[in-house]
Structures are given as C-alpha cells and as structure tokens.
Design a protein around this ligand. Structure first.
Ligand code: SAM
Length: 281
C-alpha cells in the first residue's frame, strides 16, 4: 500500500508506519531522506527508509544516550557527538548547563537543514547555541584527525550500512578512545540485540580490548522495533558504579526535566537479561 512506509532493515521482520502526509521526500548527497506525518508518532524522519527519529518517541533515545554518560561522569565539560543530524542529541547535551562545549560531526548537511525546517522541536534552538560547533564531515575521518580532549563521546549513528558502517569499526573505536580525556566515557547506539546481535557482539569485542569497563545498557524505543535497544558503554573509570544517591544529587543539581530518564532508570538500564549477556564476549 502506498500510504505506508515499510522499514525492511531485517531479513525476516519489518515494521510499517502509516504515512498521514508526506512532507518531504528527496535524495541528499548521501542518502534518501523522508519526513512524514504519522498519527501516533507525529513527524517521522527516515534515511534510506529506515526510521531515524520521531517526534513522539525520540525523548527515550536522546535522554538515555546523554544523561546516562554525562551524569555518571559528573564533570563533563566537553562533549563530542558523532552523527546526530536531527539536533535532538545536541539539545539534550546542551541542556546540561555544566557542559561548556559540544562538537557535533554530521556527514550529511541535508539532514541538518531538513531537521531544522521540519523537526525544529527536536533541536529546540540547539543549532544556535554558541557552545555548539557543528562540523559537516565523516565522523571516522574527524576522529582520526582530532586532538581529542572530550569527556564524553556519543555516537548517534545510523545502522552499520551505508555511511554509518565506518562508525562500527575497530579503527574508529580506537581513535575514539584516544580522543577521550582520562576517565572519559564512550557511548554508542548499537541496535536492537534481539535482531542485531552481531552488531552488539562486534562493538563489545572492540570495547573489551580498549576499556577496563566495557558493557552495554538498554532502553526500549517503540520505533526501533524488536525489543530493547542496546547502547555500548566503554570507559576506564568506575563511573558505571556511581551510586543512585550520587546520581540523584547530580540530577537534581542539573535542573533537567525528563520524561524517561531518572537515576533509578539509569541504574536499572545496566541490568542485562541473559540473552543480551550472552552477546557480550
Ligand atoms: N537514532 C537513529 C537510529 O538509531 O537509527 C540514528 C539517528 S540519525 C541522527 C544518525 C545520523 O548519523 C544521520 O544524520 C546520518 O547522516 C549520520 N551519519 C551516518 N554516517 C555518518 C558518518 N560516517 N559520520 C557522521 N555522521 C554520520
């Protein structure tokens, strides 16, 4: 049916979203970009027919990829985002008044331009924040060349197909480790382990050779279908073991308002069911 967008990311499993109204459909230099209206999720952004973000459920993904590492770190001033073209990740990072500088490296200027126009409630002014330095470049190239000095690095990438593939390589993770300050934290979007277990295993194997603490944590985001999504966690600090009381103090001091993140959710997200544990070598 022509009024449905069917995402066929997996061999045996697909999800479909009704297209209420197609607002934009065009090819950028790197990928096919669509923005359409859906009755349940609001505006939906797809790249090459894979859902990237929606107005309705993006808060879960953005809150968990930002507040978990930033509040666990406790003193993050310089943050690097790889990907993140819709601006939602930059918004959530900049909501931390303790953050002094954010570098965001997005390969596709088209995603930024269209997100500003069609999904402004995701970035909510983040692109105009003087603390943000937006770089249009391949994240892997940037990582190879950067002088580093980042307290937290967030990889907000597409799946490991097309331009996002280079962001799942051992080389990339090795350069990311070098770009972290001592005690810095690297977090990555690692797909839905029930359906993309190999993706998580590959990242975890690389993290284990780089970091003293390498694991993942989970959150369920409805449009990343098939079960909870895994976020890779790599650090040489013991930030994962910060107490819930300390997180409560930091969260209260941050003044951030959330719809998914709480210090208790933060701690619980690292509790992994056996089927996910088994994917970590
Ligand atoms: N959360 C989504 C998901 O899980 O499917 C992905 C979010 S979307 C903001 C990811 C962004 O990564 C896109 O804007 C895409 O253009 C960007 N991207 C893909 N490959 C990249 C690369 N090699 N360097 C920098 N950005 C890249």
């Amino acid at each position: 049916m022509s009024d449905w967008l069917t995402e066929k990311l997996h061999d045996d499993y697909a999800q479909s979203l009704r297209i209420g109204e197609m607002l934009y459909d065009s090819k950028t230099e790197h990928q096919r970009l669509k923005v359409f209206q859906n009755g349940t999720f609001g505006r939906v952004l797809t790249l090459d027919d894979v859902v990237q973000t929606t107005e309705g459920d993006n808060f879960i993904y953005h809150e968990m990829l930002t507040h978990v590492p930033i509040l666990a770190h406790g003193a993050a001033k310089r943050v690097l985002i790889i990907g993140g073209g819709d601006g939602g990740m930059a918004r959530a990072v900049l909501d931390h008044s303790s953050v002094e500088h954010v570098t965001m490296v997005e390969i596709d200027a088209g995603v930024v331009a269209f997100s500003k126009e069609y999904l402004p409630q995701l970035s909510r002014g983040a692109f105009d924040d003087p603390r943000l330095n937006l770089v249009i470049a391949d994240g892997a190239d940037f990582m190879r060349a950067t002088d580093g000095g980042f307290d937290v690095i967030i990889v907000d990438s597409t799946d490991p197909i097309g331009p996002g593939e280079v962001l799942f390589t051992d080389h990339f993770y090795g350069h990311a480790k070098k770009a972290l300050t001592p005690g810095g934290i690297l977090v990555t979007q690692n797909g839905v382990p029930f359906l993309q277990g190999d993706e998580l295993t590959g990242t975890m194997r690389a993290f284990q050779s780089l970091f003293s603490d390498a694991t993942c944590y989970l959150a369920t985001i409805p449009t990343y279908a098939g079960g909870p999504m895994a976020f890779g966690w790599g650090t040489d600090s013991d930030a994962r073991h910060v107490s819930v009381e300390v997180l409560q103090e930091r969260f209260a001091a941050s003044g951030i308002k959330t719809d998914y993140y709480t210090p208790e959710v933060h701690k619980g997200a690292f509790a992994l069911p056996p089927y996910v544990e088994r994917l970590i070598p």
